[in-house]
Design a protein around this ligand. Structure first.
Ligand SMILES: Cc1ncc(COP(=O)(O)O)c(C=O)c1O
Ligand SMILES: N[C@@H](CCOP(=O)(O)O)C(=O)O
Length: 493
């Protein structure tokens, strides 16, 4: 088994200097040192762009690997008789259930955890195509077979992990509290992570002459922004279905600016979702919502990135706001792959946080996972999670059951107060992150999350997309909790 420089042009782990030992008898590669030589200097000729360079380096390399992935029914066994190529246009199993992307774990296991950690670490923050992206730096675990030429990337991911020193210390007596800023991203939300994967695969499918005239989604404002931006970058038509008057102005203008076909529909998100499912079943329009399991593959890299940022130490808790519920499963999948492939030896406990006004998962959890009913979602300041009939409910339950998970909820007053409190310590978070912070505050108060627990709150969108609700809050035009001190600027200090 030879290691390929096609993994990353700047990573050549078989040179003697790297002190990687290549075992002749075994196929695993063992790393005996964490120190690697600085990556080779970029000698790209002036007339060569970064894609040309990547192509040249691939053609010069003699080593090629055949990692593979396929669609299988969600929760299928390893050798499921029902499977589909990722080049098929399919969103549902034969029985009508969800699909999942299943990787050839045996092939990936031929390299040990130390190898993968070193490889991923070697790619962070570069402009090497496409590995400089936080998503594509994990390409072998995401879409192993796609040609880098077909990748549509904005070098997304690699988002900062903010140490919430003051918020943690003053309000929660915690000193190891972190906020993963997934919203500091190309289109201002974590959706970029999944969308680069989906649009890249569409790009490939169109080159293979598959019948795709455009890509469509239903959205509460972030999926539509990501879809329209990545499609525009690739010159692919996009169409977005938005619930009228239920998303922020900043979110609305994003797909308009990116020249998507924007349809504002007099219904809620769940109504839009129903419509897009019908339309993509009938017309050659590819479905871009997280029902499409390709999206999960990109989003799961945020979990891997968190481990990487902690130098592969596992945090105790990760708290994720939930709506359509693809992301909580994506986090679980990312952590689980790291454990299964030997990068870490456990996974964190997961918390999914919902707005009380859109809380079908919370209710299901509170019933002891016995009674599930979609709800009619009510208006919430956390408008991007105003979803009553989440498509990934089964994925979320699987994630939470396997990660000793908890579901919490936040009232409108709680989520807005939590957001304002966090902002007063130097953050500028979105209301969905306010939902996640409320869950943290409740679990700290009840002692479930300990003072010394290393905890990561996932911030899913940029606060600048949600200035109207902040304006309303700070001008006093939304109802306050009886004990809210929001109008007294000094009360928060
Ligand atoms: C900002 C933001 N936070 C959280 C979520 C919830 O993610 P998911 O739908 O994957 O549960 C969404 C979208 O639904 C979102 O746009
Ligand atoms: N918040 C999402 C809702 C749709 O979620 P998806 O992950 O299934 O696309 C949005 O921004 O549209």
């Amino acid at each position: 088994m030879a290691l390929s420089s096609t993994f990353s042009p700047s990573f050549s782990p078989l040179t003697p200097k790297t002190r990687l030992i290549r075992r002749r008898s075994a196929t695993k590669i063992t790393c005996t040192s964490s120190s690697y030589p600085a990556p080779a200097k970029n000698h790209r000729p002036a007339e060569e762009n970064i894609k040309d360079e990547a192509r040249r380096l691939r053609s010069e390399s003699s080593d090629h690997h055949s990692f593979t992935a396929k669609y299988v029914p969600f929760n299928a066994e390893f050798n499921s008789p029902e499977w589909y190529s990722l080049d098929d246009i399919v969103y549902r199993s034969r029985a009508g259930g969800l699909l999942d992307v299943q990787h050839d774990m045996d092939a990936l296991r031929k390299f040990d955890g130390a190898y993968w950690k070193s490889l991923f670490d070697s790619r962070v923050g570069k402009t090497t195509w496409p590995y400089g992206s936080g998503v594509w730096s994990k390409k072998e675990w995401v879409l192993p077979e796609i040609d880098p030429d077909d990748v549509v990337s904005a070098f997304e991911g690699n988002t900062n992990l903010f140490w919430a020193e003051r918020f943690g210390k003053q309000h929660l007596n915690m000193n190891d509290l972190w906020v993963k800023y997934c919203g500091i991203s190309h289109t201002g939300s974590f959706k970029d992570l999944g969308m680069t994967v989906l649009v890249s695969q569409v790009n490939r499918l169109r080159k293979l002459n598959r019948p795709i005239v455009g890509v469509g989604c239903a959205s509460t404002g972030d999926t539509s922004a990501a879809l329209s931006a990545y499609c525009a970058a690739a010159g692919i038509p996009s169409i977005v279905f938005l619930p009228a008057n239920k998303i922020s102005t900043a979110q609305l203008i994003q797909p308009i600016a990116n020249k998507a076909l924007v349809l504002s529909i007099d219904t809620d998100f769940d109504g839009c979702m129903k419509l897009i499912r019908e339309i993509t079943a009938e017309l050659p329009i590819y479905l871009a919502n997280s029902l499409n399991s390709l999206r999960i593959e990109g989003q799961k890299t945020a979990a891997i990135e968190i481990l990487q940022q902690f130098d592969w130490e596992v945090p105790d808790w990760v708290i994720v706001p939930g709506g359509n519920l693809g992301n909580i499963y994506a986090f679980y999948k990312g952590f689980k792959m790291c454990k299964d492939l030997g990068l870490v030896n456990r996974i964190p406990r997961l918390v999914c946080a919902q707005a009380s006004n859109a809380n079908p998962l919370y209710k299901y959890y509170r019933s002891g996972w016995k009674e599930y009913e979609p709800v009619k979602a009510k208006t919430t300041f956390a408008s991007a999670i105003q979803i009553g009939d989440p498509v990934s409910i089964e994925r979320a339950v699987c994630a939470l059951k396997n990660a000793d998970g908890i579901v919490e909820e936040a009232s409108e007053e709680e989520l807005m107060d939590a957001m304002a409190l966090a902002d007063s310590t130097g953050m500028f978070i979105c209301p969905h992150t306010g939902v996640a912070l409320t869950a943290l505050m409740k679990l700290r108060k009840s002692g479930v999350i300990g003072a010394g627990d290393r905890t990561v709150v996932v911030s899913t969108a940029h606060g600048l997309k949600f200035t109207q609700c902040k304006t309303d809050y700070h001008s006093g035009s939304v109802p306050a909790r009886p004990n809210s001190k929001r109008l007294d600027p000094f009360s928060l200090y």
